[in-house]
Design a protein around this ligand. Structure first.
Ligand SMILES: NC(=O)C1=CN([C@@H]2O[C@H](COP(=O)(O)OP(=O)(O)OC[C@H]3O[C@@H](n4cnc5c(N)ncnc54)[C@H](OP(=O)(O)O)[C@@H]3O)[C@@H](O)[C@H]2O)[C@H](O)CC1
Ligand SMILES: [K+]
Length: 479
């Protein structure tokens, strides 16, 4: 499923109109799409719909939906508390609706029917909400009804995570043509409820997607014949110290469990027995001068390591060689990647990203897609911005939002395991974009599997490696 900013939706509409698809037709397609989607999800004849429509095109979608409901014999009442439609397409649909003898009101009813539809504002919203709409929103939020938003909940921004305090709190949202970025950006994301995308017959042009199980299943391969350990790559993991051996152990077991062919861990001597007790498959380098002239196929650095001059010197060496490098934790600091000779993947959490970019965490969180994408393009790197709905942004401006995972991952060590998974899949898949996005998906999927059986927060990051086999099995069944 694709993600579109408001400007991209407007461009798509404009393009369609230039090809002869009128705004009236697009609205018809939106309304009929909404009707079909709602009919599929709900027993519409058991309900009474109250549709609260605005003066723009979001309101117009509500008018078309109301017509389909009326014609299907479903109880439905349509209200325009902010005044009658003003946009040309909405006006035309309003006239057609009225010509069929269906009535409307400009006053709010005493109470809503069992389904309350928010068709007030969509991508045309400019926050904050004006005073004239605030009391409408408060009335809507007070109603005891199933709350359904069209395109996006009124009062949520479209392109970032901003929202008004009077915003509509939806149980469900039906988004037209694609998700809007705010669906994945807090605090706006918490207003959406369950969200579905309604296709309206426009071709897809966005290079931002929600990665699906099917996408992952197509690129994740765990079959092969006549293979040997070299087939699946030799990874170097530069991680852990004598005080923090666990980070290295977590990343190493993640890498080995996810299918790295061979793994060498560069770490401190005292850490080796501890890591080895968790990952007997790994080999070790304890020479403080890291030997990069090995036949490593990919390198991950930083888990359980402090950021200091030694780390910066090491990173300079890493940037000068050609194999993909994953930088995490202690390896994440502001620096230039201008002279790099290798693909770089950085995996910051919002705090680390804020440190790397100098931007406030609040800003980073509200604009995660935009912020990660800008950094990826500017520095020609891949950014994995962790958190709920991890964002993976690529140097070509494209990206993925990840929808697997839960609060069980909010624990020290989860990120180390993710680094291990990314390392393993980058070793196995020449397509780095797919490899990174698959690792993020799989990591979250393991947490979701745990949550199916137990309270999410009882999960330990070390369990992820144990769940990978079953998770991969399930995902691979998607093809
Ligand atoms: N391709 C598609 O996905 C299509 C989607 N459609 C639907 O169209 C809307 C976008 O319609 P648009 O008319 O551009 O904008 P809205 O209806 O969302 O909003 C405009 C109205 O909102 C008022 N407004 C804006 N900000 C505020 C505010 N802070 N407080 C109160 N009111 C506000 C604005 O009032 P003005 O006085 O400023 O004009 C307008 O009345 C999209 O979301 C989909 O639902 C198309 O139907 C088909 C193609
Ligand atoms: K809406």
């Amino acid at each position: 499923m694709y993600i579109y900013k408001s400007s991209q939706i407007k461009e798509a509409d404009k393009w369609a109109e230039e090809q002869g698809m009128t705004a009236f037709t697009l609205m018809e397609l939106s309304g009929v799409g909404l009707f079909n989607a709602i009919k599929q999800d709900l027993d519409i004849h058991k309900h009474h719909f109250t549709i609260i429509a605005g003066k723009g095109n979001n309101g117009g979608d509500g008018i078309v939906l109301a017509r389909y409901l009326q014609i299907a014999g479903v109880r439905c009442t349509l209200f325009f508390p902010l005044g009658l439609p003003v946009s040309a397409a909405s006006k035309a649909h309003f006239d057609y609706y009225s010509s069929l003898g269906f009535s409307v009101s400009t006053n709010l009813p005493d109470q809503s029917g069992s389904i309350l539809v928010d068709s007030l504002l969509g991508i045309g919203v400019k926050l904050p909400l004006r005073e004239n709409i605030q009391h409408v929103m408060d009335w809507m939020n007070r109603q005891v009804a199933m709350k359904v938003a069209i395109d996006l909940p009124t009062g949520a921004a479209s392109d970032d995570g901003d929202c008004d305090k009077h915003a509509f709190k939806a149980d469900r949202t039906y988004s037209l043509h694609g998700y809007k970025p705010s669906r994945f950006l807090f605090p706006a994301a918490s207003l959406y409820g369950e969200t579905k995308v309604v296709e309206i017959g426009l071709p897809h042009t966005s290079n931002w997607k929600v990665r699906s199980a099917l996408d992952v299943a197509k690129s994740l391969t765990y079959s092969g014949r006549n293979t040997h350990k070299g087939t699946f790559g030799h990874g170097l993991l530069i991680a852990g110290t004598k005080d923090m051996p666990g980070s290295a152990a977590l990343a190493a077991s993640g890498a080995v469990s996810c299918g790295a062919g061979k793994l060498t861990v560069q770490t401190e001597k005292e850490a080796v027995p501890i890591i080895a007790s968790h990952v007997p498959e790994a080999m070790y380098q304890i020479n403080p001068h890291i030997e990069l002239d090995h036949s490593f196929d990919a390198i991950a650095a930083g888990c359980g390591r402090p950021s200091n001059d030694k780390m910066e010197t090491l990173i300079e060496e890493l940037l000068a060689q050609s194999k993909p490098v994953i930088l995490d934790a202690g390896a994440l600091y502001p620096r230039s990647y201008a002279k790099k000779k290798c693909p770089i993947i950085v995996t910051p959490h919002p705090g680390e990203f804020s440190r790397m970019t100098g931007k406030e965490i609040v800003y980073v969180q509200r604009t995660r897609l935009e912020a990660a994408s800008a950094y990826a393009v500017e520095n020609n790197v891949t950014v994995v911005l962790k958190g709920e709905y991890t964002v993976t942004a690529f140097a070509d401006g494209s990206g993925y939002v990840n929808v697997t995972g839960n609060d069980g991952l909010s624990k020290g060590g989860s990120g180390d395991v993710l680094t291990g998974l990314i390392l393993a899949l980058v070793l196995r898949n020449k397509n780095i974009k797919e490899a990174v996005a698959d690792a993020v998906y799989l990591h979250g999927y393991c947490a979701d599997k745990w949550k199916e059986a137990y309270p999410a927060q009882t999960m330990r990051p070390s369990y992820i490696s144990q769940i990978i086999a079953e998770a991969a099995n399930e995902i691979l069944k998607e093809t």
